[in-house]
Design a protein around this ligand. Structure first.
Ligand code: BGP
Length: 478
């Protein structure tokens, strides 16, 4: 049985929803230089994530938002009051959203913060609190100020640690009523897509790529720990979470070689949350550093900071599960931010993500067993093509996906997992992180806009809107 104060809601990110990419003093972010690539295979996440310095500089010079969906999003920057009213109508208790660093410090390293940016987020929090909706804020969600990429090489540079601390402190001072915080979205994703997660352009790396990524991991861990320290000073009682991409991986067969592969992949999936919850580098990290002979710049002071300021709760995104196989001919399939080996026992979404509700229960129990900290599902949902028929969107496929995942979630809670809440990803249709599509829709609310940015931006409730409203009212999906 879910607790009576279970936090039901939804999750969005600034660069996928706000739009108004250059309004009220906002600076350019790494998301603003990502073009929509309708010519590419829409399932191939990593292809869409590829970018060179030349691509970045050409995009930086573009003054129009045409072709750059993350520059216009769904205009949440201007429609947030109407959209929040729709979330309130469903009975939301929490909304996860992110602050765009470049609305606060346009270049990431400006002397003084941009007051208009601060006021925008204060107004969003005020609007949420009007309806009794808790804000859950991600301080950085795939939209690093572009200048930090170009001037410092992104998170490969320790310069960003102090700049992030300054930025996080401005957020805490501006929003002292916010109780739930996260530092980096899917902090484990730097190796998978270094540009949007770390502001690192792979083709510009001099030397060992893995060494740069592991240095970036370390720098983000230190920055995250310092932000946790700052939050505790500035908002006593607030909670800091870590956030991982839960990529639950099964061995494709019981062959020991497949099992070993799956064990290593799952160990690799946990190492970031291990650092942020346990406060030290786990065997997995040390083993890779030693095996690869990585030379990292890690000081004892930094290790002490990581040790002292660990997180209060564990959050994660879960969409699908994967398998691992040594069979080089095994059929592959796309997944969230990576490609994996297809599981013949599971159905797939239109983007190849394998639908595994029981995998969510397995993930919850594994995470709770590992950390014994409160958990929070901050992303889950089905990206699908929705059609408008007689002015309605009959998204029974989305209801089925969510109902099965929520039921599995409740089963895990019935077995003793402490779960604070659930925020479905994209409660309103927003721009896809991986492919910049609008047509990959997750919402309970349809937004009239296509992949090229054409449309009225009209909001239309889907069938799943009333369904989710009833789930929240019953405090159960069963
Ligand atoms: C996660 C990101 C989110 C969200 C989600 C769905 O990795 O944290 O930002 O976008 O993936 O991915 P997509 O939007 O590519 O379907």
């Amino acid at each position: 049985m879910l607790s009576k104060d279970f936090l039901w809601g939804g999750a969005i990110a600034a660069s996928q929803a706000e739009g108004q990419w250059n309004k009220d003093g906002k600076g350019l972010t790494v998301a603003d230089v990502i073009r929509y690539r309708g010519d590419l295979d829409q399932k191939n996440y990593s292809k869409h994530m590829e970018i060179t310095l030349d691509d970045v500089l050409k995009a930086k010079a573009e003054t129009s938002s045409k072709g750059f969906p993350k520059r216009y999003g769904i205009n949440f920057y201007e429609t947030y009051k109407e959209d929040i009213a729709l979330f309130a109508e469903m009975g939301f208790k929490v909304l996860r959203f992110s602050i765009s660093w470049s609305r606060i410090f346009p270049n990431g390293n400006d002397e003084t913060p941009n007051q208009a940016g601060i006021e925008y987020y204060q107004n969003v929090v005020k609007e949420l609190e009007k309806y009794g909706i808790e804000p859950l804020i991600t301080i950085n969600h795939y939209d690093l100020p572009l200048n930090l990429c170009l001037e410092y090489g992104g998170w490969a540079s320790k310069e960003l640690i102090g700049l992030f601390d300054k930025y996080a402190r401005v957020c805490f001072e501006a929003l002292p009523t916010v109780k739930y915080w996260l530092t980096f979205n899917e902090i484990d994703s730097i190796e998978r897509h270094p540009f949007i997660s770390g502001g690192i352009i792979p083709s510009e790396i001099k030397g060992n790529e893995t060494e740069v990524y592991f240095q970036a991991f370390h720098n983000q861990f230190v920055a995250s720990a310092l932000a946790t320290k700052a939050m505790r000073e500035l908002i006593p009682g607030a909670q800091m979470g870590c956030m991982l991409t839960k990529l639950t991986t099964y061995p494709r067969t019981c062959a020991p070689e497949d099992v070993e592969l799956a064990v290593n992949k799952n160990m690799g999936n946990y190492f970031c949350s291990d650092v942020q919850i346990n406060g030290e580098y786990p065997f997995y990290f040390r083993r890779r550093v030693n095996k690869l002979g990585l030379q990292l710049d890690i000081t004892q002071d930094e290790l002490d900071i990581i040790k002292e300021h660990t997180c209060d709760y564990v959050t994660f995104s879960y969409y699908m599960s994967l398998t691992a196989s040594n069979d080089t001919n095994a059929e592959m399939t796309e997944a969230n931010t990576i490609t994996g080996v297809k599981n013949p026992y599971l159905e797939s979404s239109d983007w190849g993500w394998q639908i595994d509700p029981l995998g969510l229960k397995i993930s919850l129990i594994e995470l709770y067993d590992r950390y014994e900290k409160p958990l929070f599902i901050v992303e889950n949902g089905l990206g699908a093509y929705d059609e408008i028929e007689d002015g309605k969107i009959h998204d029974q496929y989305r209801i089925d996906y969510l109902q099965k995942h929520l039921s599995a979630m409740e089963d895990a809670v019935d077995e003793g997992v402490e779960l604070l809440g659930y925020t479905s990803w994209g409660p309103i249709d927003i721009v896809s992180a991986g492919t910049s599509q609008m047509s990959k829709r997750y919402g309970f609310i349809y937004v009239d806009q296509d992949d090229e940015g054409n449309g009225t931006l009209k909001r239309i409730k889907k069938d799943s809107f009333d369904w989710y409203k009833s789930v929240i009212a019953k405090n159960s999906a069963k």
